[in-house]
Design a protein around this ligand. Structure first.
Ligand code: LMR
Length: 328
């Protein structure tokens, strides 16, 4: 990167990122779908970009394309296998075409918080899952945290029966389809970039997401309110292609992977704080946040619990048990 090239890049708009890489550098395109500010993934991706471009200058050049400007999550993995993009971090809910193992992470009320998710991922089983799609050409590099999911709709949601008959946007996960059906809702899979418009126009009535996504994409502005259910998690797999990783010289690969590891540790430690700040920002902006009484929460747990049985064949009872054990 040179200052002159960067300055020029600012003036040429669409080619900004390409123009910032020097001849001979390995160009790494990182496509993701969220905003960059006040967002665990957005901040982590920007830090990775900064560190690679500073510490591997002359060797490697990373360009982040946030906000679905390059690919939606349903296209990005195919694009990666074609070699059109080298890094992405889709949520673990978006790998169903490649593996059913990650369905575990979508089971409602399985993990009590992000620390439990973290310790499960650090286990041998969790680390093994990083390699579960190698046969399909994809290599997991690290888990990146977002946080707990909350439920929002165009009516107040306090009892599960309040969701009866409502249309809910879900990520592309059959577990989440089953979860919304369990509360009497009508689930629709939809790309993240389309959710705001769908809520605004009444194509769907509600959605589930983390505070950082509800704030970052302004969903709270087109909903009656958000209920703090903490009923599930959104976590990410930082993923690349086996072919691309293999194509790197060993020393380059090692430096790249070391930076990835350090960025992961630094930013994962901050994800809960980033979400707490996003929640506060929603309240400051006039968004309504509702709390459940313990009795109301117990009803949501009870109504959603049969989903575990529906998917235990895919995810394995022993993995459910290990995940539950991580809630200490
Ligand atoms: C969603 O589609 O709601 C999320 O997976 C978006 C994201 O990347 O956090």
């Amino acid at each position: 990167l040179t200052a002159a090239v960067s300055a020029l890049a600012l003036t040429v708009g669409a080619n900004t990122a390409m123009a910032a890489c020097d001849d001979g550098e390995i160009v790494v395109k990182f496509s993701h779908v969220t905003n960059t500010d006040k967002h665990p993934k957005g901040i982590a991706a920007s830090l990775l970009e900064k560190r690679i471009n500073e510490e591997m200058n002359g060797t490697m050049c990373l360009e982040v394309f946030p906000n679905s400007t390059l690919y939606n999550d349903d296209k990005v993995l195919e694009a990666m296998l074609q070699g059109d993009v080298q890094l992405a971090a889709p949520s673990l809910s978006k790998f169903e075409k490649f593996t059913k193992q990650f369905r575990l992470f979508d089971l409602p009320f399985l993990f009590s918080d992000v620390n439990a998710v973290d310790s499960f991922q650090a286990s041998e089983t969790g680390q093994g899952m990083l390699d579960s799609m190698q046969r399909r050409g994809l290599q997991g590099l690290a888990y990146w945290h977002n946080g707990m999911k909350q439920m929002s709709a165009n009516v107040p949601l306090l009892e599960p029966s309040d969701a009866n008959g409502l249309k809910f946007r879900v990520q592309s996960s059959d577990v989440l389809v089953a979860q919304m059906a369990a509360i009497g809702g009508s689930p629709q899979k939809m790309a993240f970039s389309e959710v705001y418009g769908a809520l605004q126009q009444g194509v769907v009535d509600g959605q589930e997401n983390t505070w950082s996504n509800i704030y970052g994409k302004k969903f709270f502005e087109v909903q009656d309110g958000t209920t703090e259910t903490n009923h599930g998690i959104i976590d990410y797999l930082l993923v690349t292609s086996v072919d691309w990783l293999d194509s790197l010289d060993p020393a380059v690969r090692e430096q790249f992977q070391t930076i990835v590891k350090e960025v992961t540790e630094t930013r994962n430690a901050e994800s809960s704080k980033v979400n707490a700040e996003a929640k506060q920002a929603i309240i400051n902006a006039g968004g309504v946040v509702r709390q459940l009484t313990p009795e109301q929460r117990a009803k949501w747990v009870e109504v959603m619990n049969p989903v575990w049985d529906q998917f235990k064949g895919d995810v394995g009872q022993e993995n459910i048990d290990a995940a539950v054990a991580s809630n200490s």
